[in-house]
Each structure stands twice: as structure tokens, then as C-alpha cells.
Design a protein around this ligand. Sequence first.
Ligand code: GDP
Length: 312
Amino acid sequence: MSVFNSLSDRLTSTFKNLRTRGRLSEADIDATVREIRRALLDADVAVPVVREFTGAVRERALSSEVSGALNPAQQVVKIVNEELVDILGGATRPLTLAKTPPTVIMLAGLQGAGKTTLAGKLAHVLKGQGHTPVLVAADLQRPNAVTQLSVVAERAGVPVFAPHPGNTSEADDPAADALLIGDPVAVARDGVAYAKERQHDVVIVDTAGRLGIDEVLMQQASDIRAAVNPDEVLFVIDAMIGQDAVNTAKAFADGVDFTGVVLSKLDGDARGGAALSVAKVTGRPIMFASTGEKLTDFEVFHPDRMASRILD
Ligand code: GDP
């Protein structure tokens, strides 16, 4: 998770200084909290999240929840770890599967966030678990998007529903093609119907993104959501987009009301702290992490393991 390397280094060295001390005064705690605050801000964690985080750490460290087994420095590390787990969403949140298949998973996010790549990764994982996913290409904004999804689907070894001329669609009604081009809501709806008909138990609907937040885009995503009634709406966010992450996430939370977050590009070398703010700011859990372009560069997000990695 290279996006967190520098944050991780900063926090670790803060604690190293602490470890040489036997007892922590209020001044020690304040100095440590200041260091933590600076490290989080430098990593691009959103200001309100930093404020809440450091406030909680300070309060807990001062009230010194004494434990016989830990020295005061270890105690602070433990508190920081627990608070990190908290901002990362607490418990691991598994994918919700529909009681009556198909499970519908809709992907939303800005253009380039990694939705199409994620569609392939999810399909690959689900297929490995014995599911029979189908990808639905409801991103009709970019001429290449449907082709890209088809490539990804082929790589994952799953079919794609993409009513568009000249692609690898399994849709077999040419008259429907003409009707559906340009109407992503209809494509999404028909994709789900197609999945039911062919007994695919999971439908992954890829949707269009724009480079920035856009009313039309948001309305379209919201219309698709209303049309397919998804079990999960996953908001994909590039961990490297910096402070914009928070506003983007808020806009999608208001506009589409997603159920979970996927952090992508955690393998990048920019500061990924803004992504750490997303769960706290939107109240939605981080569910998956994307760590590269390959189908297998993907994992379930465990807040506790991530916190431990950051503090390792
Ligand atoms: P979309 O516009 O949201 O569908 O985004 P894409 O899935 O097309 O991804 C945009 C670019 O980011 C592509 O070049 C992907 O290969 C790349 N990408 C996606 N996820 C990751 C990731 O986790 N790590 C890296 N390094 N690149 C990624």
C-alpha cells in the first residue's frame, strides 16, 4: 500500500521518540498529538477528520486507560491504532448478496477512477467463489468504454451485456441495439433482465464517469440506481486524487447514495491520506482495495489490518 508509506514512516518515527520515555506527561502527549496531526495533514487526510482523530487520541491518552501489560508509549500506539480502525470504518464489511439472485452491483465514480478495472476484478473474485457474474456496460459516454469493459470481461472469463454495434455482446436482438444506444438507464435495466433470463447470479453494472462532478452524470447514475435497484452501489475512488477525494465522495454520497467505497490505485506513490477520510466523511464503509492494473491486484479491505500496516 505504497500510498500510505510516508504517513506510516512519520507515525512510526513519532512513536519511536516516545518509546524512549518511561512516563508520559501532558506535554509529552501534546507533543505527540501535534506530530500525529502534522503527519496526517501532510498525508492529505481531511482537516475535520484530523481534528476529530487527534482530539480522540489526546483525550484517551490523557485519561490514560492504564493497562498493566503496556508501557505508556505502547498505550498511545494502541489508541492511535484503534482510532485509525475507527476512521477506516471499524469492522470489515462483506458484500451483500441478494436473497433472490441476481445480486446487482452498480459501480459509480469519476472517469479514470478505476471502475472498469474493478468490474473485471470483482467478476474474477466472484467467479472464483462459484458465482456466474455478467458485466453490463452502461457507460456510453466514452466511445471506448464498452470495448474496454469487453476486454476486461474477456480477461475475467465472464460475459458482457453491451448493446452496441461491433462489440462482443451476447445480446442477440439487433433491433434492441439501435434503441438502447445512448440510453444507459435502459442498458442497465435490460442488462439485469438479461442476467435473470440467463440465470447469472451477479450483475455488475459499470456506469459513466466524468472528469469532475457533473449534475447530468449524477442524475444519470441516480436514474440507473432507481432502474436496477442494486444490492450494492460501490463508489470507486482513486486514492491519489488528494483533497478532492472528500468533496467528490460527498457529492456521490448525496447524488447516488452509495453503499460502500472501493479505494483504487493504492499502489500509487502519491499521498493517499484523503482516501482515509472518505469512510469517516460519508459514513460508508471501505469494502475493497485495488492495488494495480492486474485482475488479481485486488483485496477485501480490512480496517484493522490496514491500520496495523500503517503503524507497522
Ligand atoms: P474508469 O474510467 O473509472 O472505468 O477507470 P478505468 O478502470 O478505465 O481505470 C483508469 C486507469 O487506471 C486505467 O489505465 C487502469 O488500468 C488504471 N487503474 C485502475 N485501477 C488501478 C489500480 O488499482 N492501480 C493502478 N496502478 N492503476 C489502476
